[in-house]
Design a protein around this ligand. Structure first.
Ligand SMILES: [Zn+2]
Length: 100
């Protein structure tokens, strides 16, 4: 608990005000994946959301996406929440096996 200075994690910030906000991400790829997801599913400027609204969207993102065990990218889960690899890696795996 307490105020921390980021050294090895990533946060979102407003480039106009220089003010950081929102969740702390492990790396820039994870933050980028969240931003991409919010463009599709939130459709609002994240700076206009309250802390509670942003936390709700972050939790939705975590529960509706998974980290690919092959490439580490986050991808949208569709019907089958048990998938562990993203569509790109699945396609590559199927090609490698000669299925496609
Ligand atoms: Zn992948």
């Amino acid at each position: 608990m307490g105020v921390r200075i980021t050294h090895d994690c990533v946060t979102l910030y407003c480039s106009t005000s220089g003010w950081a906000f929102g969740p702390v991400f492990e790396d820039a790829d994870q933050a980028e994946a969240f931003l991409e997801w919010t463009k599709k599913h939130v459709g609002r400027d994240l700076r206009l959301l309250s802390d509670e609204e942003l936390e709700t969207e972050y939790r939705k993102w975590l529960s509706s996406t998974a980290e690919c065990r092959e490439c580490g990218d986050r991808f949208d889960l569709v019907e089958d929440g048990s998938k562990l690899i993203c569509p790109d890696c699945l396609e590559t795996a199927l090609e490698d096996e000669g299925v496609r």
